[in-house]
Ligand binder design. Structure first.
Ligand SMILES: [Zn+2]
Length: 166
């Protein structure tokens, strides 16, 4: 991504950023120190890169479509998923499910893993719509997916071994 910084004497405090084509355009106060600006720019870059990853993933493999398929295949179409989306703010967590709102979030890192691992995480979070806790009943549901154990090993090796609480 190209970077263009415009320093403005009229700006007092705020730094703003936007993307124009492939350029990250930063407007910053003239008085802001280079060190502080570098840090802010680095944060903006991460934010925009994550947003782009998320958009690419949504385009290539919509989680809504995947959840529909899994609902049919593993849950007799009985689950009600209110929303399912990629999240880019979950560092070591593979996903989370809000039992009461039916809202599921899946780490974008899972979206970059093999399909069978991603499917496991989606099944795992969807199963929480039936069983909020990791009870024996929960793992019984999970065992419908033949690659569950392998997928858990894969996630653990990748350092994605936790689940977010919501
Ligand atoms: Zn879980």
């Amino acid at each position: 991504m190209e970077l263009k910084i415009i320093r403005s004497r009229r700006r007092r405090r705020t730094v703003s950023a936007r993307i124009i084509k492939d350029t990250l355009l930063i407007s910053a106060p003239a008085m802001l120190s280079q060190e502080r600006l570098d840090r802010i720019v680095a944060d903006f870059k991460i934010k925009f890169e994550r947003k782009k990853i998320k958009e690419d993933l949504d385009r290539k493999q919509s989680l809504g479509d995947i959840a529909r398929k899994i609902n049919e295949q593993y849950f007799e179409n009985k689950l009600k998923v209110n929303s399912i989306e990629y999240a880019t703010d979950q560092e070591s967590k593979y996903g989370c499910c809000n039992y009461s709102s039916g809202r599921i979030r899946i780490s974008h890192k899972v979206g970059l893993m093999p399909d069978w691992v991603r499917d496991y995480v989606v099944i795992h979070e969807m199963a929480h719509l039936i069983e909020p806790n990791h009870s024996a009943g929960f793992w019984e549901i999970i065992s419908r997916y033949k690659l569950a154990e392998r997928a858990r090993g894969y996630l653990m090796a990748a350092g994605l071994d936790r689940e977010a609480q919501e």
